[in-house]
Design a protein around this ligand. Structure first.
Ligand code: ADP
Length: 372
């Protein structure tokens, strides 16, 4: 795995259970996946990545940031890379993603490529005077996303593009009037088989995922089928291998529009560790190794995952274990061993059960132990 964050960390127990030797190329010492970090090095450096790749059978990722030229050089050396560069491209660049999804006939918000404030102005004029501007590359957790009502409100980003030798453009989108945000997570193995978990509802606060409800309430029937169809068409159309998360808007007029793609285990699938027969981490391993995929049935009618954001003002999550464990013995706590910092995801908790209100209370109350 390239990248030493919490996704790599949560892959480790799944690999240990299957007796798969997992190795991690971490960006720096002391990262979340340090337990398995057999190497520390810069993923922008071909020699470092190639030396690491020579020690494994398959390369996969904790994030989407490994440059295309490095990915392509690995493929040229005969390394199995999953997902491959042709798919990852669309998780790396939101403009290319919007373009490809449009070509595939998949539902996306109205969008345009804009290179200057006047082009932004034209889009604003056609979309009721408000729009969402996004940087094509490098955004995460809402950084690189801005609601604008005036053509000069993205000038700093246009300026940065002008100074960038590669040039480029910004993505502008209609401000979608959505009822809620959903996510459809699926896994696809190279030989083609696809398995999906139920569509989930994701609750975002300040551009960061706060909570996930699985399955999404009121999603039985056609809504679930449409969400799954969309994700399958993305996975097949783009040739994704491994886990794919498709973030969706459910609009107030009952459409599903694709917001974002992630080609790796995703926050919206963390509930599956405790709530599904096969977790997204085990499934990702099965998929990238081209093994038959596991059953994605839910263990209980409801699972709710709540992120621990920021963490305790003093000390660490584990200082609060005694109180949290005593109060909520059925809730599962996942600690990424990351230093608390305002807004940072340092862990999550998952509750499962038959009563949605009870499951939500237990998950939220447990997460509250770890936050001040
Ligand atoms: P990131 O890559 O940083 O996660 P996203 O593109 O997922 O950024 O956007 C972050 C959040 O901003 C979304 O979860 C959603 O709440 C809001 N958002 C993004 N695009 C739109 C849009 N076109 N209309 C309305 N809200 C949006």
């Amino acid at each position: 795995m390239i990248g030493g964050g919490q996704l790599a960390r949560m892959m480790i127990p799944a690999a240990v259970n299957l007796g798969i030797d997992i190795r991690v190329l971490a960006e720096q010492p002391g990262m979340s996946a340090e337990l398995a970090a057999s190497a520390v090095g810069d993923y922008h450096d071909l020699d470092t990545v190639a030396a690491f790749a020579d020690t494994v059978d398959v390369i996969t990722f904790d994030h989407e940031h490994v440059p295309q030229e490095i990915l392509r050089a690995l493929v040229a050396r005969g390394v199995a890379v999953h997902p491959g560069p042709d798919a990852l491209l669309y998780a790396q660049d939101k403009l290319l993603m919007r373009q490809r999804l449009t070509e595939l006939g998949l539902p996306v918000p109205d969008w345009a490529r804009v290179e200057n404030p006047d082009e932004l102005d034209a889009f604003l004029a056609e979309h009721g005077g408000r729009a969402v501007v996004k940087t094509a590359r490098g955004g995460y957790d809402g950084k690189g996303v801005r609601v604008v009502a005036h053509k000069h409100e993205a000038d700093d980003w246009f300026q940065a593009l002008a100074e960038d030798a590669n040039g480029g453009a910004l993505l502008v989108e209609e401000l979608v009037d959505f009822r809620r945000e959903l996510a459809q997570v699926v896994a696809r193995r190279p030989s083609g088989d696809i398995r999906s978990w139920p569509v989930v509802e994701t609750v975002q606060r300040d551009g960061v995922c706060a909570e996930v409800v699985a399955p999404a309430p009121h999603s039985s029937g056609r809504l679930a089928e449409v969400a799954e169809q969309i994700a399958r068409r993305v996975a097949e159309g783009i040739g994704v291998t491994g886990v794919l998360a498709v973030e969706l808007f459910e609009t107030t007029d009952d459409r599903l529009l694709i917001n974002e793609l992630a080609m790796r285990p995703h926050n919206s699938g963390h509930w599956s560790i405790d709530g599904s027969v096969t977790s997204q981490f085990e499934q990702h391993l099965r998929a990238v190794l081209d093994l038959p995929l596991g059953d994605t049935a839910t263990r209980e009618p409801w699972s709710i995952m709540v992120n621990v954001l920021g963490g305790p003002a003093q000390g660490s999550m584990s200082d609060r274990y005694a109180g949290a464990f005593a109060a909520h013995p059925s809730v599962k706590v996942h600690n990424y061993n990351k230093a608390p910092r305002p807004g940072r995801k340092i862990g999550h908790v998952t509750a499962v059960g038959a009563d949605l209100d009870e499951v939500a209370y237990q998950a939220r109350a447990t997460a509250a132990f770890f936050q001040d």
